[in-house]
Ligand binder design. Structure first.
Ligand SMILES: Cc1ncc(COP(=O)(O)O)c(C=O)c1O
Length: 439
């Protein structure tokens, strides 16, 4: 095995290797802590591999002999799940569909990668809309369109390139479709958690732009696509009233309402899906990251079209049909989360963290808009350079966090995070905050 000190140099010889400076020790990392095999240092992980790792490292439930035997078996062979079925796969699908997917969503589709989950949700909608309005040939890239939002991040694949619009460098120079993009009416939170901006005016602006788009693309909008909370674009939260308005537009104009829960889904908010807290059901949800297995679940609205993609073979598909190792791991994680009520822990720890951050924001100029639920927490800095300086300083103080939008810091904790770890994080953040004033 390559020595830890040589890892970056060897990777750099063959690929762009500009990742984090430490080398993760998979055996010694534990709970909320990543162990650096080069130095022995431990980092408090409030980043969780871009919000993709739900229950901490080496959770005792993942070390049980029965689980180890099963995961070792499926790791040795890789069936094409779309056509070759196994008991392991059926076990996972049954567990996910009955314990994680909410009532009323009978259709599932599995694939590797969050962007491809979103991409396939869009394909479901294109197929549905085309059949609904009697189109039998689509030969213009703008004949059917997806209505989406400013500051959205949906991934970096073919269709999602036309929807993602956060950092310009992620999309520049790649050909895109010209699909309707509208204002994102984000809430700004005051120190006491109340709404600080004129959110009704924000929503009115978004709704006016949505109505103009439906008028311009008459009968051509296949879907309204929105992240339940925009992560990469700035941890932007929306009101339930706004989701209700989107539901109304989708119903009125025969478009499917798609939520992208790749970043926020799978218990991170305290409920299996964040939309359940907002109370407005979509037609399709795209998921990934913490679920391990990416994909979509869809409601019976899709069945309004008899020949939909869940009925016709191979309209949507991939060779592997996701990955069996991920399925076995995901099933075990679901059992652990529900048995240990880790989502309830997430809610309590999230409240503790938000309260602590609001107190820090009261003491330090240049920190505002503390927001979030469960393990999905953020605050806003005064400007881009103070935010970047703070993130670097947090890393020096062995706490991992993420940038969000131009000026925000976001934290993505594991569901197992403890009250002591939240206190320690607050202490370290408090130590780092003076850097904002000098940046
Ligand atoms: C909301 C959202 N959608 C889609 C994606 C794309 O997922 P992936 O990187 O697994 O393709 C991401 C990734 O960060 C995301 O945050």
């Amino acid at each position: 095995m390559i020595a830890p000190n040589a890892v970056h140099e060897i990777l750099g010889r063959h690929q762009l290797a500009d990742g984090l400076p430490f080398v993760m020790d998979l055996e010694r990392s534990h709970g909320s802590w990543i162990h650096d095999s080069r130095t022995g240092d431990e980092f408090l992980d409030f980043f969780t591999c871009f919000a993709s790792w739900p229950i901490g490292y080496n959770h005792p439930g993942m070390l049980e002999p029965e689980f180890r035997k099963e995961i070792e078996l499926v790791a040795r062979n890789k069936p094409a799940n779309s056509d070759i079925y196994t008991s392991h796969m059926a076990d996972f699908v049954e567990t996910f569909a009955t314990r994680v997917t909410p009532e009323g969503f009978p259709h599932h589709f599995w694939i590797d990668g969050g962007a491809l989950a979103v991409e396939n949700a869009i394909k479901v909608a294109f197929d549905w809309k085309a059949r609904k309005v009697g189109i039998d040939k689509v030969d213009d890239g703008n004949q059917l369109v997806v209505l989406h939002f400013n500051a959205a991040f949906h991934g970096r694949t073919g269709y999602t390139m036309s929807l993602t619009n956060t950092v310009p460098d992620k999309i520049a120079l790649f050909p895109k479709f010209d699909w309707p993009r509208v204002h994102n009416p984000a809430i700004e939170f005051a120190q006491d958690g109340s709404i600080a901006n004129d959110i009704e005016a924000e929503e009115a602006r978004a709704c006016a732009e949505i109505e103009a788009a439906f008028a311009k693309y008459e009968n051509r909008v296949a879907a309204i696509l929105i992240e339940t909370m925009q992560g990469e674009g700035g941890d932007n939260h929306f009101r339930p009233e706004f989701f209700q308005a989107l539901r109304g537009y989708a119903d009125q104009h025969e478009a499917l309402l798609i939520y992208d829960e790749v970043q926020v889904g799978f218990f991170g908010s305290g409920t299996p899906w964040m939309w359940q807290q907002l109370g407005v059901a979509p037609d399709i949800v795209a998921f990934g990251k913490k679920t391990q297995v990416c994909g979509i679940y869809a409601s019976k609205r899709v069945d309004e079209v008899a020949d939909n993609v869940f009925v016709r073979s191979s309209r949507i598909n991939s060779t592997w049909g996701a990955n069996l190792v991920d399925m076995v791991r995901s099933k075990r994680m679901i059992e652990i989360i529900l048995d240990e009520k880790l989502h309830e822990n997430a809610v309590e720890r999230g409240e503790q963290f938000v309260t602590g951050l609001r107190a820090l924001a009261g003491e330090h100029a240049g920190v505002s808009n503390v927001r979030g639920v469960g393990t999905l927490i953020a605050f806003t800095c005064e400007n881009n350079s103070s935010r970047d300086a703070l993130l670097a300083h947090l890393m020096d103080n062995k706490i991992l966090a993420l940038a969000s939008g131009e000026v925000s810091v976001r934290f993505r904790m594991p569901l197992v995070v403890t009250a002591e770890e939240i206190d320690l994080a607050l202490e370290r953040i408090g130590t780092c905050l003076p850097i904002i004033a000098s940046a």
